[in-house]
Design a protein around this ligand. Structure first.
Ligand code: MN
Length: 319
């Protein structure tokens, strides 16, 4: 007898929507944010909504804000998610309805868990550094944890993994046995990779996770695909390692996680499960209820946009 293995067991990566390794280059869509900032939105993207529980990725800068106000995002609400403020240059002053007042600097973790309800503002302090460069990332909370109490964490000294020509700082989750102190609610990883020109490395990965990399600076061949700042390469699942070759001094964000199988409704700054929930959250914000008060921001809070006339539909991780 022999096992001809005509139907080898596929790598378990999510349910029906399992994919193996892929190399899918996603470009960002330019979105104005406030009056003086334009961001590149990588997630949600036309072909992909999530990578693990990572459900929102904006890349901004480097922008010369020497004579500009820089980032000025007035008080606004969140539900059902965590936000990660991640900077490579500049600083962001975070205020929230828990009373947090925190300046977040490059490669420090500012992690806000909205749980059921929080509001916050983000601004470039005055005075501020000349350049602003970073990413705004959201993590969807699984149903079992999405009504948890809101919290804000600031972790200025994150652990890192080093190898020849590579430094990987753990934003969230674990990579190669090193773990970030940031609180997580689903199996995922976020890491900031700094590569020296010419560095060649095979990064160990979790085959049950799906992954993507976001290029921040420089130029890197990721599994043979050149990625440049502002673009994201979706890598799929089933990988045990990821070949990296730096073509210049470079930096990348690695984002990954167990495929998020729950369908979610994401609208404006809210993540829920039904149209009704989102409508209630919007109404509560507009009435000044539930989301608390952000003190000290010089300006008025954001009004929610109008809802679409048709009900919002729950959606999965790929379109
Ligand atoms: Mn926000």
């Amino acid at each position: 007898m022999s096992n001809l293995d005509l139907r080898p067991t596929p790598t378990r990566c999510g349910n029906a929507s399992a994919t193996g390794p892929v190399r899918d280059l996603l470009t960002g869509r330019q979105v104005p944010l406030g009056e003086s900032t334009v961001v590149r939105r990588l997630l949600p993207n036309l072909g992909r909504r999530m990578v693990g529980a990572w459900c929102f990725v904006d890349h901004y800068g480097p922008d010369d804000i020497a004579d500009e106000p820089g980032m000025q995002v007035p008080p606004h609400p969140h539900t059902g998610l965590q936000t990660v403020s991640w900077l490579h240059q500049g600083e962001v002053l975070h205020r929230d309805s828990l009373g947090s007042l925190q300046t977040v600097r490059p490669r420090e973790l500012g992690l806000m868990t909205s749980g059921r309800a929080i509001s916050h503002s983000e601004e470039s302090p005055r005075p501020h550094a000349r350049y602003l460069h970073g990413a705004q990332l959201w993590v969807a909370l699984p149903d079992a944890h999405r009504r948890t109490a809101p919290t804000f964490e600031h972790h200025p000294d994150l652990p890192h993994v080093t190898a020849a020509g590579l430094d990987a700082r753990l934003i969230l989750g674990e990579l190669d046995g090193t773990r970030s102190p940031g609180t997580t609610y689903s199996p995922l990883v976020g890491a900031d990779l700094t590569l020296r020109d010419g560095a060649e490395h095979r990064l160990p990965l979790e085959p049950g996770f799906e992954y993507a990399v976001l290029a921040m600076t420089g130029s890197v061949d990721v599994d043979g695909v050149r990625v440049e700042p502002g673009s994201m390469l979706y890598l799929g699942c089933g990988r045990r390692e990821l070949p990296l070759l730096a073509r210049s001094d470079s930096s990348l964000l690695l984002l990954g996680g167990e495929p998020f199988e729950e369908q979610i409704v994401m609208w404006w700054n809210f993540i829920g499960r039904t149209d009704e929930e989102i409508r209630q959250a919007r109404e509560a914000w507009m009435e000044g209820a539930e989301f608390g008060e952000v003190h000290g921001y010089d300006g008025t809070r954001l009004a929610a946009p109008a809802l679409p006339p048709v009900p919002l539909k729950p959606r999965g991780r790929a379109r």
